[in-house]
Design a protein around this ligand. Sequence first.
Ligand code: 13P
Length: 377
Amino acid sequence: MSAPSLNKTINFPENMRSAHELILMAKNGKKGNHAGQSYALPAFNVTTYDGVQAACEAFETLGSSGVLAFSNSALKHFGHGDAILGLETIHEIVKFRAKKSSVQIATHLDHGDNIGEHGRKVIRGAIEMFTSVMADNSTDHANKCATSLKVNMDATREVVELAHPKGVSVEGELGVLAGVEDEDTHSEISTYTDPIELKDFLTNTGVLLLAPTIGTMHGPNKGKPGDKVKLNIELAHECLKIANEINNEIIFVAHGASTLYPQVVEYAIKNLNTLGLNNDLETWKNFVGTDWDQIKGLIGAGFCKINTDTENRQTYLSALIGAIAQTSSKVDIRYYEKTTYKALVDSYIQKLIMAGNYGVWHEPKINVSEFKFNLNV
Ligand code: 13P
């Protein structure tokens, strides 16, 4: 029996949509009543309340479609150790925030796990409260090993059966993505997606969002300093062709899509020097992001969700180091938060512009071609 298709008649809370609906618009190049070139939705992993607000401000500045992504560890952080409490809190906050928004927003569970007991609970909670979930079952997170195709397919299909009738889109993963994102999302192993398995996986699970592994990595060390990170573009196109033949509404997701902005690194290094904090200089110098030109090439081909976490964390940290280098004696949290908040908004705006995600719900409120991302505020 085929997997249930995504119910597109569900009404989510005001100004909220399934991630797939917004990403399909991007694949079809839909902005307002016009259809043009494909663009992508950066899915921003958000870990603080200010991050939610900053991302929404960036979406509204540009009239962008928004995806706010929350990993299990982010939810635990919001719930002070209790991921379900975090989920409930975020659900209420985003619902309230979206109601006041000029754009459409999706909430997405990143790297949900339908194999471990805790993960299964969180996925089920997210199906009730979010508009999209990832069922990352290519890895057995508790035992830190890759799962078999059958285990991955069965666990992912189970999520599709629960989520699709409720209008909640599901992202599957095939292949194992390397790198460290946070305490709950990391892997020392990596395997490329097998195109022969892909056909079976997509047909059996019915997922409309797929994260193939083509050489991207989570975290700030995606390759050797000085080298360009090379993605397996040939494999990406082979997989896209297979997916399109099955269902042209299947959209690919690039995990590990942080490019890491050189000016953010330079700004941190300059201010670490000012503060005389030399211990971390080498670490900052060795950060390597994913090559943007390659990601950009894939957007037009069907990778219309690009997961972005590390570069925004790095921007926040660099801005904070800069603010402290300027003065460390302001006994007022708001003084420092104002700086990190502005940096986050600009970091989000920068990536939305790079991805072509602006002018979707209304005209941008800034001149996009003149926008300059500058930490030195
Ligand atoms: P980065 O570490 O490149 O930001 O990737 C984040 C990600 O893929 C989240 O799922």
